[in-house]
Write a protein that binds this ligand. Structure first.
Ligand code: GLC
Length: 545
């Protein structure tokens, strides 16, 4: 049995799902083919009606877009492509009036090469900001200072011919990395965060938090002997560029700043095994509120593997740590494409009934699939820089425009305007308008599930106990709160499964199914439970558990 840390009632980021908006692709309000804040504001009612109370917005700061906003040229302003500060304030004001929260993406590891700090740093070896970035002399044999490589292909070092030194970038060369061994950098970053906190932002999702500081001695990284030849970045063991012990005081400094304001949240992007991941809660629980848990994305979709991940994760959580779960984001292939539509619903039911905060990617609620991107329309640098692997590595397929209706460009932008990425071909059938009026659709199911989470406290704060059922096709667990129990049964297989209900319940009512037709499943369950192929359901126990 796993019991959540006690907060009564739960804090806003504990009780609500966090919905990620990738702003370029959500809604184009000014008809230039790129989504923006006006567009998001226009679609706020959609999110509200869906029951979304908390939005994480990917970067909207001024950026030359070498990594689509994750290369920030000014931390305290809004890129005109997305709108203006006034527009942002209007959005936040409306969100707060509706009782919604806004989490901004924060990218402290690197800036754009066009950020004034880097321009100054690069100007000369004696520039006062030289040490704000990571500059090194060439290696002994000439060439890069060491063997570190970029996530986006090739060396992580770029030579600046004018000053004869290399600077570090673990992503594109237009994303030089800041030097957190210089306290002035941390000060400047905190100052910039304060700018948004003072204006009422409710929290930050911190980009690549586990990479913020690198080995002081710049040692070469060892070869990964288990490398399967796929992702080139996995060729080395990143023991000197990631997860360095000195990162923790920096995380604590971010958190201490947030704690000066009431009820702010810090979600840290951290892609590490559980033991290391957990250290980012902080020994005193004074680091991230939510170090992101990507395990459901990384694991194979079998009952045994998923059960193991859930057990291991919950068992690894330190005392007082609030769990979280992620199924998709702008870096990962679409959920519905990874698992198929039926299992994507099963996974959704899992995500929203596990103990902890679910993190959701825009469009997954209508079952958006990976877009097909013709070679000439590839935009993501990860693919552009590694053309031989563009098909596997590019992230454009999961960033295609939201599909609102069956009008031109799926209602994302006006007819005659070219969307920045092509709208998926299935938009005529797969869109919000079509699904909105159909309770049996993915959207209808998702909305019912969110509603149930608000109506049934057990689903957000109840104790969690795994149930062992026969066979390897069904994942089953209980959520119990205040003496009442709900059973979650997830059929991972495409075959019908019969369970002997007497083991689990004396009587119950199926209150939601992934195969729901009406939204009010009230099938009574006594002795036997039948799960249809790919069916997941919530059963309310009416007899003793
Ligand atoms: C994070 C972001 C990703 C970005 C990278 C560099 O992993 O999620 O989209 O490319 O950091 O900022």
């Amino acid at each position: 049995m796993y019991r959540l840390p006690d907060h009564e009632p739960p804090l806003w980021w504990q009780g609500n799902l966090i919905y990620q908006v990738y702003p370029r692709s959500f809604m184009d309000g000014n008809q230039d083919g790129v989504g923006d804040l006006i567009g998001l504001n226009q679609r706020l009612d959609y999110l509200e009606a869906l029951g979304i109370r908390c939005v994480w917005l990917s970067p909207v700061y001024p950026s030359p877009l070498y990594d689509f906003g994750y290369d920030v040229a000014d931390y305290t302003s809004i890129d005109p492509v997305f709108g203006s500060l006034a527009e942002w304030e209007r959005l936040l004001g409306r969100m707060h009036a509706k009782g919604m929260k806004l989490i901004m993406d924060w990218v402290p590891n690197h800036t754009s090469h066009q950020h004034p700090w880097f321009i100054e740093s690069r100007a000369s070896r004696t520039s006062p900001k030289r040490d704000w970035y990571i500059w090194r002399d060439p290696g002994e044999a000439g060439g890069p200072p060491n063997n570190w490589i970029s996530f986006f292909g090739g060396s992580a070092w770029e030579l600046d011919a004018a000053t004869g030194q290399y600077y570090l970038h673990q992503f594109v060369r237009e994303q030089p990395e800041l030097n957190y061994r210089n306290p002035a950098v941390l000060e400047a970053m905190l100052e910039a965060m304060r700018f948004w906190l003072d204006r009422g932002v409710d929290g930050f999702r911190v980009d690549v938090l586990w990479l913020l500081i690198k080995d002081a001695a710049f040692r070469d990284e060892p070869l990964n002997r288990d490398w399967n030849g796929e992702n080139p970045h996995a060729r080395l063991h990143h023991i000197h560029t990631a997860n360095q012990p000195e990162v923790h005081p920096i995380v604590r400094a971010f958190r201490a700043l947030l704690d000066q304001y009431p009820q702010r949240v810090m979600m840290g992007e951290i892609d590490l095994p559980f033991a290391e991941l957990m250290t980012y809660y902080g020994i005193q629980r004074d680091e991230c509120h939510l170090p992101t848990n990507f395990s459901l994305i990384h694991t194979r979709w079998t009952v045994a593997a998923v059960r193991r991940v859930i057990d291991d994760y919950l068992a690894s959580l330190p005392v007082g740590a609030w769990p979280n779960w992620v199924l998709g984001n702008h870096d990962q292939r679409r959920l519905a494409s990874r698992l198929g539509q039926p299992q994507a619903r099963v996974a959704t039911l899992l995500l929203l009934t596990l103990p902890g905060t679910p993190v959701w990617y825009y469009g997954d609620e209508i079952g958006l699939e990976n877009g097909i991107i013709p070679p000439e329309q590839i935009r993501d640098p990860q693919a552009v820089n590694q053309p031989d692997r563009a098909g596997q590595l590019g992230r454009d397929p999961q960033r295609t425009p939201m599909q609102w209706d069956a009008s031109a460009h799926a209602g994302f932008t006006q007819a005659g305007v070219m969307p920045w990425l092509p709208v998926s071909v299935d938009y005529l059938q797969r869109n919000v308008a079509v699904q909105d009026s159909d309770e049996a659709s993915f959207l209808g199911f998702f909305r019912q599930l969110i509603r149930l989470r608000t109506q049934i406290p057990a689903l957000t704060r109840g104790d969690y106990s795994p149930l062992l059922v026969t066979g390897d096709a069904v994942l089953a667990y209980r959520r119990t709160w205040n003496g009442k129990t709900w059973l979650i049964l997830l059929n991972f297989s495409a075959e019908r499964q019969r369970l002997d209900g007497r083991q689990y319940l004396a009587g119950g009512r199926k209150i939601l199914s992934t195969l729901t037709r009406t939204g009010s499943e009230v099938a009574n369950i006594a002795a036997d439970i039948t799960l249809e192929p790919d069916e997941g359901c919530i059963v309310e126990l009416t007899g003793p558990a």
